[in-house]
Design a binder for this molecule. Structure first.
Ligand SMILES: [Zn+2]
Length: 372
């Protein structure tokens, strides 16, 4: 087993690395490896991220978000679906193979990585360290479907400044909050423009909002009776597999600059864009991917039906493995509800099927022999 952190300075020039504002001190990736004496099959990495997003107000949850409460088929909790269940499924799938009296005939890794939710730098650090294989499987909550393609994503913070003033002479000031809200309105036009490109990207044509501009935080103002001086907001916007994320970031910055120059009040607010999270392109599964075919067979055996696939309009660590390590990356995991929301929950019967599917996939991909 190896344990390693994310060394921001060592990683800075690696293409899988994204800008981060997080301090990774004291947090570690953990990778376990099992390597058979004779290797005849294809190697496999089973990957999962351990970080979770905030809960919002816990008093709005049916059960406390970190109590892992079971109610019928559902297990409630922040990270239940996204993606503690997948992390555990990876481990239990390998235990199941051993319990059945078999062992894999190719090397297998279990990877527990940091920070998928902001940057992907945990997976990037694993790739930079050589933790790759002939295929990677990541059991994100996908309702027992395979992700066939996903979006590229960039994450930003924009800060604007106004001119503070007393309300009795409010007209002499400029409200940073008004400027910030105005700019958010303009950004919707950029998202609509990027959405309009969907027809040129197979699999994305029917998706209503592939850019999925989200403003996730906003803060501003200094005093309830002063015209506010500063306002900043953070968000993310998506684009298409194969797009250069740096070009998209440059287009975003140009849009903000052009919008400001066309509006004197916004120009005065001098919007400043910072990049504070993932800056990566998406990926697309290759047609007739042999790893996908082995997963299809495993899904059929465990589930009894045809495996469906779909396009996911968010960042996935799988993109780093597919794009920067050039290995087949399969994202396939349990049924869950309300990920990133209130009352996140994962279906335990689905988790059991997914665990079986992973075990059968590992056996089919790596090969198995009877343990003596
Ligand atoms: Zn996730």
């Amino acid at each position: 087993m190896e344990r390693f952190g994310i060394d921001m300075r060592a990683m800075a020039n690696h293409p899988a690395f994204s800008p981060a504002t997080i301090d990774y001190a004291g947090a570690f990736n953990v990778v376990g490896r099992k390597t058979p004496a004779s290797q005849v099959g294809r190697s496999l990495a089973l990957n999962a991220h351990v970080d979770v997003v905030p809960t919002a107000d816990p008093s709005h949850w049916r059960y406390p978000p970190f109590s892992a409460t079971r109610d019928g088929d559902w297990l409630y909790g922040r990270g239940a679906g996204d993606m503690k269940a997948g992390l555990i499924a990876n481990i239990f799938a390998l235990d199941a193979i051993e319990k059945a009296g078999y062992r894999l005939t190719a090397p297998v890794q279990v990877q527990s990585v940091l920070d998928e939710e902001v940057t992907g730098n945990g997976a990037a650090a694993a790739i930079a360290r050589g933790c790759t294989a002939d295929a990677v499987l990541i059991p994100e909550p996908t309702d027992e479907q395979l992700v066939s393609a996903n979006s590229g994503v960039i994450k930003f913070r924009i800060t604007v400044h106004g001119v503070p003033a007393h309300p009795r002479e409010a007209e002499s000031g400029v409200s940073a909050i008004d400027a910030g809200l105005g700019l958010i309105g303009h950004l919707q036009r950029l998202a609509a423009k990027w959405n309009d490109e969907r027809a040129r990207h197979p699999g994305f044509e029917e998706i209503a909002n592939p850019a999925s501009l989200n403003i996730g935080t906003i803060s501003g103002g200094e005093w309830l009776a002063s015209v506010p001086f500063a306002c900043s907001f953070e968000g993310r916007i998506g684009f298409y597999p194969g797009d250069d994320p740096r070009q998209r970031a440059a287009a975003f910055e140009a849009f903000v600059a052009d919008t400001a120059s066309a509006d004197p009040r916004l120009a005065k607010a001098n919007p400043k864009v910072e990049w504070i999270g993932v800056m990566q392109t998406g990926y697309r599964m290759r047609p007739h991917c042999s790893a996908g075919q082995v997963l299809q067979e495993a899904h059929g055996l465990a589930h009894g039906g045809e495996m469906r696939s779909y396009v996911m309009t968010c960042y996935l660590d799988a993109a780093l493995f597919a794009v920067h390590a050039n290995i087949p990356a399969l994202v396939y995991g349990p049924v869950s509800e309300n990920i990133h929301g209130i009352d996140e929950r994962v279906s335990l019967s689905s988790l059991r099927r997914v665990t079986k599917t992973i075990a059968l996939f590992a056996a089919g991909w790596c090969g198995v022999e009877r343990a003596i």
